[in-house]
Design a protein around this ligand. Sequence first.
Ligand code: IMP
Ligand code: MG
Length: 177
Amino acid sequence: MQIKDLHFEPYLSQQSIQEKIIQLAETINRDQKGNDPIFIAVLNGAFIFMADLARHISIPSEITFVKVKSYEQLQSTGEHREFIGLEVPIEGRHLIIVEDIVDSGNTIQFLLKQLRSQHPASISIATLLFKPEALKHSIEIDYAGFHIPNDFVVGYGLDYDGFGRNLPDIYKLSSGE
Ligand code: IMP
Ligand code: MG
């Protein structure tokens, strides 16, 4: 399978992804019962995962989406981030951040800091994919679908240079490229 200049090979089938999502949802339904949580899904990558997960969530809950903008500032060394789109008040609420993948953990670390400043009752993290070897922060992932090695993956919301998000399965970069 080719996307732009790169070759990818099948990695996680849509069936295995859907089975995993049902397990994750069952755990969340059990853990978060009575919490009336707010799912905060991180765009763009988490849009498909959030949509499929939501259909197996049976407890009262809200769903909202945020976007984390990240860009290198021209005149400084640090990377600047900001997040947009959070329209619901979160003070005193139970939050579940929903990500497609946790890689370095920089995005989650940034979001945790921002969300904590608004005093939610709790913050949990749900991610379909987790690359433990790449993690640069001490972050606890409450609901992780698949632990994967440090391979670059596409499909099921994840992109390579904007392409591949539409694929129902997940593919990894073919070795030797
Ligand atoms: P982190 O901040 O390094 O944890 O990376 C989080 C974001 O980087 C994810 O939400 C993805 O958008 C992107 N990302 C990390 N690894 C991959 C990958 O293997 N394929 C596609 N996108 C990735
Ligand atoms: Mg993302």
